[in-house]
Write a protein that binds this ligand. Structure first.
Ligand code: FMN
Length: 367
């Protein structure tokens, strides 16, 4: 029977264990140009393990794709050195690192998008936020993407994927979760289009398909993953039939033979608190449709992670918050060592403190 520490092949890569670093936006790029900071390279390097997989925080593919001041992006040459440093830090420890590519869509503000209205599949009133120099503020009014603009956005995904490749990453993950642009196209609460990108699910996944194809054109399918959140509520998203919608999404993605499907379980709905009692149904109902590796995320501890893998509902488990304060999380889980509690106040923005200064278990013993 597989467990958290059995090796697994994920796309092109042989991983030595199944503890994945979940993508986490920590708002620590150098401003004003979103330059990846030294502490970011330190953070990812510290969390790397031989044969382990890390997924780097959501990286905006263009200026209009940005949502949060201080968040990562990759669309200009000034950012290349910083991203290379991140990839190098992970590789130096024998780890693998994918970059999560994001377009925020309507979850944004004119201060973040270079002064233009945030983009969305359709204009639908929603309650979302963006982060500007004035803190969290209501999102600016968005406008519907014109049909002829879509190829340009897909091209932005392709170019960002190429940049990730040139910077030495091992692959890319499309952020199709948490109410951002790809998710806005998929779910019918936010997609009211009447053209080829709206209406029936076959149309609502067209944008996802084209984005995935763009990433595959750069990387090959075995170095591309996709993240979805079938039960997420972040970004005010909703769908009239999530199970049907996301089963179809899983089937479509299976057809591309991508490296993995990354599923945020319903125990986490977007507000990052644990909704106890929600079984990990997403993996269960997606499993018949997606034959490749499934990464589950959301509220896992050691026992929960072991259980979902042993049951076969998922093949790997991504850890977010526990990984923030335990750079050696795979080691601690493997040896059943106590975990350092995370510090929520340092999640979004700040300096090295409670970010890249957490000791490993062994370092803490020595101190
Ligand atoms: C500080 C923070 C930032 C996050 N940023 C992202 C992100 O950039 N992209 C993403 O897909 N999910 C993001 N998430 C969600 C996590 O990847 C993960 O799904 C969530 O934290 C649940 O896992 P956990 O219970 O192990 O923390 C973030 C979560 C936290 C706590």
């Amino acid at each position: 029977m597989s467990n958290l520490f059995s090796p697994i092949k994920v796309g092109a890569y042989d991983l030595s264990h199944r503890v994945v670093l979940a993508p986490m936006t920590r708002l620590r790029t150098n401003q004003p140009d979103d330059i990846p900071s030294k502490m970011m390279a330190d953070f990812y390097g510290q969390r790397a393990s031989r044969g382990g997989l890390e997924i780097v925080e959501g990286v905006s593919i263009s200026i209009t794709a940005r949502s949060y001041l201080g968040a990562a992006s990759f669309f200009h040459d000034g950012q290349v050195a910083g991203w290379k440093a991140v990839a190098n830090a992970v590789h130096a420890k024998g780890g693998r690192v994918f970059m999560q590519l994001i377009h925020g869509g309507r979850q944004s503000h004119v201060e973040m998008t270079g002064g233009v209205a945030p983009l969305a599949p359709s204009v639908v009133p929603f309650e979302g936020v963006a982060l500007t120099k004035n803190g969290f503020v209501p999102a600016s009014p968005h406008r519907a993407i014109e049909l002829e603009e879509i190829p340009g956005i897909i091209e932005e995904f392709r170019v960002a994927a190429q940049r990730a490749k040139d910077a030495g990453f091992d692959g890319v993950e499309l952020h199709g979760a948490n109410g951002y642009l790809v998710d806005q196209f998929i779910q019918d609460g936010s997609n009211k289009r009447t053209d080829a990108y709206g209406g029936p699910i076959e149309n609502r996944v067209r944008f996802l398909r084209e984005a995935v194809e763009a990433l595959i054109s750069v990387w090959g399918a075995d170095r591309v993953g996709v993240r979805i959140s079938p039960s997420g509520e972040w970004g005010d998203l909703s769908d009239s039939n999530p199970e049907a919608t996301f089963s179809y999404v899983a089937k479509v993605l299976d057809g591309y033979k991508i490296a993995y499907l990354h599923v945020i379980e319903p125990r986490i709905k977007g507000d990052d608190t644990l909704h106890a009692g929600h079984p990990p149904v997403a993996s269960s109902y997606l499993r018949p449709y997606f034959k490749g590796p499934i990464i589950a995320a959301g509220g896992f501890d050691r026992d929960g992670a072991q259980a979902i893998i042993e049951k076969g509902d998922a093949d790997l488990v991504a850890f977010g918050r526990h990984f923030t304060s335990n750079p050696d999380l795979p080691y601690r889980l493997q040896h059943n060592l106590p975990l350092t509690p995370y510090v929520r106040a340092a999640f979004w923005g700040g300096d090295e403190k409670n970010y890249s200064d957490f000791p490993t278990y062994e370092e803490a013993q020595v101190a």
